[in-house]
Design a protein around this ligand. Structure first.
Ligand SMILES: [Fe+2]
Length: 468
C-alpha cells in the first residue's frame, strides 16, 4: 500500500505525483489544431510511485521516469502516459515501497538493493536509430516501444557502454549522428568524461575517454559541425566530503570554469582546455562554428545555489544565481585560451530550445521559459529572434510552464516555420494544458490548447517526432 507523500516542495502543487497511467484517445481541444501538425510529442519527467525512505527529504531529480505521449493525427490529439519499467520501478513496485535512497544514496537504501541498478530514466526522451530512449545522466539508456510505451529494456549499444549517458545528447541532422558523453565515466567522483558517437543507425562508432581538471556536475555539453566542447563548472564533487557524511558537491568558484575542446574527428589526445570566470549552467541553447571560433548560446549564472559553498553557506542572489541567456565565444585560433561572454537578455530563463534541425549549426530562433520578476517561476514563454534582436513574451502568473518544443510543419520547412508545443500547469485549477503556438508569434498566445482531464506533474525534457 502506498503511504501518503510527505510535505516537500517537489512532491506538492504542480510537481505532486500523479499515481496514474492513462489512455485518452481524443482530448478536448479549444481552438483549431493545425492540419499540418502531424507526429508525436514525447516528454519525460519524474513521477515517484512511492514516498521517499528519508521522510520529507526528497529531490525533484529522484522521481520515477514517466513518459507522456501526445499523438497528433487525423485532426485530433491523443494522450498516453507510462512509467519506464526500470529495475528500480520493478523492485519497488513488487515491494510496495521505496527501496532506493533519494538520488541513489546507498546509506539510506534498503539492504536488498545494495547490488541493484539505480536508474530513474526520468530526464529526457530521445529518438535515434529508430529507437526511443529514456535517459538520465547517471547510467545507461532504457528503450521503449514508441507506440505503446512498453519498456523494451536497458540499451547499452551491444554491451559497449556500461556507464553513464548524458540526458542531453546532440543530433547532427546532416549526418544523422548522435553525439553524447558520460560524466564521471570511470565511476562516481572520477574526473573522466567519455565521448561517444552513434551513427544514424544507432551503431557506436566512437569511444574516447577524456581527463577533466576535476570531477564536476556536467549536465549538458556543446557540439558543432567540427568540435565537441566539454564544460567543467566549479560545482565540484569531492569523495572525501562524501565519506565524511557531507554533501558530495560544493560550489567552489575559485576553481574557475574550463572548456575542453576536441575536434569531432579527433581523439582525447587532441583536447585543448580553455578557461573563464566561474559560471554554472544546466542547459545550453545551441553551438556552432564561426570562423576560428566556437559560439555557444547558453542559459548560465555567475554562481550556483545547487550546492553550498565550502563554508557551508549558499551563494547569494547578489552573486548572480539566476540563469540569463548569454553567448560564449571560444577562440580556437587565438593566442589565449580565454572565453569571451556577451549578455543576450536580462530576463531569467531556462529550458531553452531551438528548431532541433539546426542543432550544431547556427540558429536564428530561441525559445525558453522564464520569469519577468527575476525569479524562477517559469510562467512566461520567451522567443528571441537572434537576427533582428526582437523578443516576444507571453504568459500569465497562474501557470507553471514546461520546456517548449518546436515541431516543424514538415521536415523541409524553413527554420521556425511550424509550432511550439508546451505543457502548462494551471495552478488555479490544478489541471494541465498542452498549448500549441505559432512558433514565430507566441505573443498572441496559444492558437489552440488540448485540455488534460488531470494534472501531469511538471517535468523535464521532450522530443517531437514528425510523421513526415
Ligand atoms: Fe536537462
Amino acid at each position: 500500500m502506498t503511504q501518503p507523500f510527505p510535505d516537500n516542495v517537489y512532491l506538492s502543487g504542480p510537481m505532486a505525483p500523479s499515481g496514474i497511467e492513462c489512455d485518452a484517445p481524443d482530448l478536448v481541444v479549444e481552438g483549431e489544431l493545425p492540419a499540418d501538425l502531424r507526429g508525436v510529442y514525447f516528454r519525460n519527467g519524474p513521477d515517484p510511485l512511492y514516498p521517499p525512505r528519508e521522510g520529507d527529504e526528497y529531490h525533484w531529480f529522484h522521481g520515477d521516469g514517466m513518459i507522456q505521449r501526445f499523438e497528433f493525427a487525423d485532426g485530433r490529439v491523443s494522450w498516453k502516459n507510462r512509467w519506464v519499467r526500470t529495475e528500480k520501478y520493478a523492485l519497488e513496485r513488487a515491494a510496495g515501497q521505496s527501496l532506493f535512497g533519494v538520488l541513489g544514496n546507498p546509506f539510506t537504501a534498503d539492504p536488498s538493493v545494495a547490488e541493484e541498478h539505480y536508474n530513474t530514466a526520468n530526464t529526457h526522451i530521445v529518438w535515434h536509430g529508430h529507437r526511443l530512449l529514456a535517459l538520465m545522466e547517471g547510467t545507461i539508456a532504457v528503450e521503449l516501444e514508441p507506440d505503446s510505451l512498453t519498456t523494451v529494456g536497458n540499451f547499452d549499444y551491444d554491451g559497449q557502454i556500461d556507464g553513464p549517458i548524458t540526458a542531453h545528447p546532440k543530433f547532427d541532422h546532416a549526418s544523422g549522428e548522435m553525439v553524447f558523453f558520460g560524466n564521471q565515466a570511470k565511476g562516481p567522483f572520477s574526473e573522466f568524461l567519455r565521448l561517444n558517437v552513434a551513427d544514424k543507425t544507432g551503431r557506436l562508432i566512437k569511444n574516447e575517454m577524456i581527463e577533466a581538471p576535476f570531477a564536476s556536475f556536467v549536465h549538458d555539453f556543446f557540439v558543432t559541425e567540427k568540435y565537441v566542447v566539454f564544460p567543467v563548472y566549479p560545482l565540484a564533487f569531492n569523495l572525501d566530503r562524501a565519506l565524511q557524511g557531507g554533501i558530495p558537491m560544493a560550489w567552489e568558484p575559485d576553481r574557475g570554469t574550463h572548456f575542453g575542446v576536441m575536434p569531432r574527428n579527433g581523439t582525447a589526445d587532441d583536447v585543448v582546455w580553455h578557461t573563464m570566470d566561474p559560471r554554472w549552467s544546466f542547459h545550453m541553447v545551441n553551438a556552432w562554428d564561426e570562423g576560428d571560433a566556437i559560439k555557444v548560446d547558453v542559459c548560465a549564472s555567475n554562481a550556483s545555489q545547487f550546492a553550498p559553498k565550502l563554508d557551508g553557506t549558499m551563494a547569494s542572489v547578489s552573486e548572480g544565481v539566476q540563469p540569463l541567456l548569454r553567448r560564449w565565444t571560444i577562440d580556437i585560433g587565438g593566442s589565449t585560451n580565454s572565453v569571451a561572454e556577451e549578455m543576450l537578455d536580462d530576463l531569467s530563463g531556462e529550458f531553452p530550445r531551438t528548431d532541433d534541425r539546426f542543432m550544431t549549426r547556427q540558429h536564428r530562433h530561441t525559445w525558453l521559459v522564464g520569469d519577468e520578476t527575476g525569479g524562477s517561476k517559469f510562467n512566461r514563454l520567451i522567443h528571441h529572434d537572434m537576427a533582428s534582436g526582437a523578443r516576444q513574451v507571453w504568459g500569465a502568473d497562474k501557470y507553471m510552464f514546461g520546456e517548449p518544443v518546436f515541431a516543424p510543419r514538415s521536415m523541409n520547412a524553413a527554420e521556425a516555420e511550424g509550432y511550439l508545443l508546451m505543457l502548462a500547469n494551471d495552478l488555479e485549477t490544478s489541471l494541465t494544458e498542452l498549448m500549441v503556438f505559432d512558433a514565430l508569434d507566441i505573443q498572441s498566445g496559444p492558437r489552440c490548447r488540448a485540455n488534460l482531464p488531470v494534472r501531469i506533474p511538471a517535468g523535464f525534457h521532450g522530443t517531437w517526432v514528425g510523421t513526415d
